[in-house]
Design a binder for this molecule. Structure first.
Ligand SMILES: Nc1nc2c(ncn2[C@@H]2O[C@H](COP(=O)(O)OP(=O)(O)OP(=O)(O)O)[C@@H](O)[C@H]2O)c(=O)[nH]1
Ligand SMILES: [Mg+2]
Length: 262
């Protein structure tokens, strides 16, 4: 199966999110989903701290730097070690970009698994530098663990973070609320309300009565919608491969720049 417009390189997707949000699981299961649809897919691991991965990476940054080695050599703890490992990766970016670029020009899709900690990729130099040097059209998926979404203001805050990532990296961002199979609250219902009945959503938000959090997030709803098409939020289960048709459609539409996403 080929995309409807000719492309010169892979559709590059950076999978980002807070620790444990399901990034590596999504890279593995979405790669399977795409392969089942006859696309050629490459997976890249950019997490120097990864121990066991649920997929076989076509490029693995641990061939350049491993967190355990940095911790041992520089006598650092896990967080300091990760910051240092990411600095080393950034300093060696030319060496790292070459094999990734080669993959980008030989496959239909390139899925990039980013560092365990979101900020190391999105808010330090690494993400911005890699995206600039790779120089191909890319999209970010911001994965949010459904257990972090229990009330309307949580959705607004997730949108705000995704907007910050988008501004920081200069690429389109799709928000995917993951682990929907394990949700304990009405995450999906809240999402649907935000997408389809924003008036009701705002009313529910107003009733949260959490002081400045409620006031601020209430005021932010219209602002966020004007900057960020709400249709770019979906619910998925990386574990059970649900919501992947929606994820695929949104990514495909953004790559084609042909859909009305609002
Ligand atoms: N129930 C459920 N669990 C999931 C889902 N996706 C991932 N997980 C679980 O969440 C945990 C973390 O998943 P990972 O894929 O390692 O998450 P990660 O974001 O790569 O983690 P770090 O790289 O350590 O930040 C694992 O136990 C996964 O099995 C999902 O859709 N549903
Ligand atoms: Mg991971």
């Amino acid at each position: 199966m080929n995309s409807s417009i000719p492309i010169q390189h892979a559709q590059v997707v950076y999978i980002m999110g807070f620790a444990g949000s399901g990034k590596s699981t999504l890279v593995s299961s979405f790669a399977e989903y795409l392969s089942e649809r006859k696309f050629s897919v490459a997976c890249v691991n950019l997490d120097p701290g990864a121990e066991v991965l649920p997929y076989k990476p076509d490029y693995d940054v641990r061939s350049v730097v491993k967190l355990v080695d940095v911790m041992r050599k520089e006598r650092l703890g896990p967080n300091g070690g990760l910051i240092r490992a990411v600095e080393i990766i950034t300093n060696k970016i030319t060496e790292i970009v070459k094999p990734i670029q080669k993959l980008a020009f030989s496959r239909d899709w390139l899925l990039i698994d980013t560092t365990g900690q979101l900020e190391l990729f999105a808010f330090r130099e690494l993400g911005e530098t890699l995206i600039r040097m790779l120089n191909v059209r890319s999209i970010g998926v911001y994965l949010v663990d459904a257990s972090m979404i229990s009330k309307p203001s949580d959705i607004v805050l997730s949108q705000l973070i995704s907007l910050a990532i988008r501004l920081r990296l200069g690429i389109d961002i799709v928000v995917a609320i993951n682990k929907i199979d394990a949700e304990r609250v009405n995450t999906r219902e809240l999402m649907e309300e935000f997408l389809l009945r924003v008036g009701d959503f705002k009313e529910r938000l107003r009733k949260e009565n959490l002081g400045v959090l409620t006031d601020l997030t209430y005021d932010l709803v219209d602002f966020l919608i004007s900057y960020f098409p709400p249709a770019r939020i979906i619910t998925i289960s990386a574990k059970n491969k649900t919501g992947f048709d929606d994820l695929y459609s949104i990514l495909h539409e953004i790559f084609c720049v042909c859909g009305d996403l609002t």
